[in-house]
Design a protein around this ligand. Structure first.
Ligand code: AMP
Ligand code: ZN
Length: 450
C-alpha cells in the first residue's frame, strides 16, 4: 500500500502529496541546535514536531527505509563569545552543551536521528562546495572572505518570496566593502589568532553558517533529498542560502523537494527573552520548579506542544502543561494493563494530513474507552511511551520504568529456563506490591496492588 501522506511545502505554499525520491531511502534533514547554551522550549518544538514526522515516515515506509539527519552547529560566533566569557575552550563548551541537549531531547521522547553531524567535522566538505561554487562562477574571493554571488542565481529568493527591497534591507545588517552586491553572503571568513580557524586556499578562516548545512546534508543525504525542516525563522536567510549553495554547486534545480517549517513559540503571551524574564530552558522545565512552580515530565511537554498545529504560533503556558498532564494520567489509567496492538488507520490518516494532531487526538479520546490497546499503540507511534505515562502517575511507588525492566528481565530468565532467577524477580516485585500475571501468549502483565 502506498502511504498517503500530505505535507505543507513552504516552497509552493501548498499542501502536497508526499512522493519520496526513493521509497526505500526516504531522507530528511533538520537544522539542529547551535550548542552555546541550554536549549529553550522554543528549540524543543522542531525537535518534537520532526520527531513525530520521522516516526510517521518510519511507520509508512519501514524503519530501515528512512534516514533522518539533524546537525549540531558547533562553530559560531556566539560559541566563541560564550566560551571566552566562561573561560572554557570551544570544545569544552560545545561538548557540555551538547550532552545536556542530548539528555533533553531524550527526555522529550525523541528518537535519536540516524546521524547528528557536527559542523567542525565537515570542514573538508565545506571547502569542496566553496571551491565548486567559485569554479562555476557563483562565488568569489575578496579580502580573505569568500562570498556567494546572489545575482549569479536567477531564482535566488524563490523560497522566501521576499520582495527584493526587503532582502536587501535584511542583508544590509552586514554591509561590507568586499561585497559586490548587497545581498551576497559569506561562505568563508578569516579568523583572528584567538578564533577557531582552519587552513584554506583563502587563508586561515572559518565557515559561514549556511554552508555548514549544505555540506552536512550533502555528505549524509546526497545532492538532492526529500524533506528539509526547521523553524519558520530559518526560511530567510538560512534556508534560502542553503538552497542557493547546494543547487549552484551541483547544478540541480532542487535541493530538497519539501521544505517544512514550524511556527514560533512564545511564553505566556510574550516573546521569550532573557530580558523579559520568561526564558525557559528544557532543562529547567524538566528538573526545576521554575515554570509553573513544579517539575514537568517530558511527555507533558511533548503533548502540550503537539496540541497546537505545528505551523501555528504557540502561546506556551503552565496551564497547557497542567492539562496535558491530566490527559496523560487518564491515558495511563486506561492503558495500565494493556499490551499495545496496532496503530489505528484513523490515527495514522489524521497525522498523515500534514500532522493534524487535533484530529488524531480526538480519536485517541474515543479509543480510551473503546480500545485501550489501540490507544497504547497510537501513543507509541507518536513517542508517548507507556513507561513515561505510568511514571507520571505513580507517586511514591516503584517507578514503572523500573517495573518494566524487571518484568523483561524475568521474561528473559524464563526464556533461558532459569526458574530460580525468574522466581526471585517475581518475589522482589511482590515485595513492592507489584502483582504479575503470565498470559497464555507468553506475555506478562502487571498491576500495582498498593
Ligand atoms: P538555534 O539553536 O537558534 O539555531 O535554533 C534551533 C532550532 O530551533 C531552529 O530550527 C529554530 O528555527 C528553532 N527555534 C528557535 N527559537 C524558536 C521558537 N521560539 N519557537 C520555535 N522554534 C524555534
Ligand atoms: Zn541549517
Amino acid at each position: 500500500m502506498t502511504p498517503n501522506l500530505k505535507l505543507y511545502n513552504t516552497l509552493s505554499r501548498a499542501k502536497e502529496t508526499f512522493v519520496p525520491i526513493d521509497a526505500k531511502n526516504v531522507r530528511m534533514y533538520v537544522c539542529g541546535p547551535t550548542v552555546y547554551d541550554y536549549a529553550h522550549i522554543g528549540n524543543a518544538r522542531p525537535m518534537i514536531v520532526f520527531d513525530v514526522l520521522f516516526r510517521l515516515l518510519r511507520h509508512a515506509y519501514g524503519a530501515d527505509h528512512v534516514k533522518y539527519v539533524r546537525n549540531i552547529t558547533d562553530v559560531d560566533d556566539k560559541i566563541n563569545a560564550r566560551a571566552a566569557e566562561r573561560g572554557l575552550t570551544i570544545r569544552e563548551l560545545t561538548e557540555r552543551t551538547n550532552a545536556v541537549f542530548q539528555d533533553d531531547v531524550k527526555a522529550l521522547g525523541c528518537l535519536e536521528p540516524d546521524e547528528q553531524p557536527r559542523a567542525t567535522e565537515h570542514i573538508a566538505e565545506m571547502l569542496v562546495l566553496i571551491d565548486r561554487l567559485i569554479a562555476r562562477g557563483h562565488a568569489y574571493a575578496a579580502d580573505g572572505h569568500v562570498l556567494f554571488s546572489t545575482p549569479s542565481m536567477r531564482e535566488y529568493g524563490a523560497l522566501s518570496r521576499r520582495p527584493l527591497d526587503e532582502m536587501i534591507a535584511g542583508a544590509r545588517v552586514d554591509v561590507a566593502s568586499y561585497k559586490r552586491d548587497e545581498m551576497d553572503f559569506v561562505l568563508w571568513k578569516p579568523s583572528k589568532d584567538n578564533e577557531p580557524g582552519w587552513d584554506s586556499p583563502w587563508g586561515r578562516g572559518r565557515p559561514g553558517w549556511h554552508i555548514e548545512c549544505s555540506a552536512m546534508s550533502w555528505k549524509h543525504l546526497g545532492e538532492m533529498f526529500d524533506i528539509h525542516g526547521g523553524g519558520i525563522d530559518l526560511v530567510f536567510p538560512h534556508h534560502e542560502n542553503e538552497i542557493a549553495q547546494t543547487r549552484c554547486a551541483f547544478g540541480h534545480n532542487v535541493m530538497a523537494n519539501y521544505w517544512m517549517h514550524n511556527g514560533f513559540l512564545q511564553v505566556e503571551g510574550e516573546k521569550m527573552s532573557k530580558s523579559a524574564g520568561n526564558f525557559v530552558t528544557i532543562h529547567d522545565l524538566l528538573h526545576t520548579d521554575q515554570f509553573g512552580g513544579r517539575k514537568w515530565s517530558g511527555a507533558a511537554l511533548r503533548l502540550a506542544m503537539l496540541r497546537t498545529h505545528y505551523r501555528q504560533p504557540i502561546d506556551f503556558t503552565a496551564r497547557a502543561l497542567e492539562e496535558a498532564d491530566k490527559t496523560l494520567d487518564e491515558w495511563a489509567k486506561a492503558t495500565r494493563n494493556c499490551k499495545a496492538a496496532q496503530p489505528t488507520d484513523e490515527f495514522v490518516a489524521a497525522l498523515s494530513d500534514d500532522l493534524n494532531f487535533a484530529k488524531a487526538e480526538a480519536h485517541l479520546h474515543v479509543l480510551r474507552r473503546a480500545d485501550p490497546a489501540a490507544l497504547l499503540a497510537n501513543l507509541d507511534l507518536i513517542g508517548v511511551k507507556r513507561a513515561e505515562l505510568l511514571a507520571d502517575d505513580d507517586g511514591d511507588q516503584l517507578p514503572a520504568a523500573q517495573v518494566e525492566t524487571l518484568v523483561n528481565a524475568r521474561l528473559a530468565a524464563r526464556a533461558a529456563k532459569n526458574w530460580a532467577e525468574s522466581d526471585r524477580i517475581r518475589d522482589e516485585l511482590a515485595a513492592q506490591g507489584v502483582v504479575l500475571k503470565d498470559n497464555k501468549d507468553g506475555t506478562t502483565t502487571w498491576e500495582m496492588k498498593r
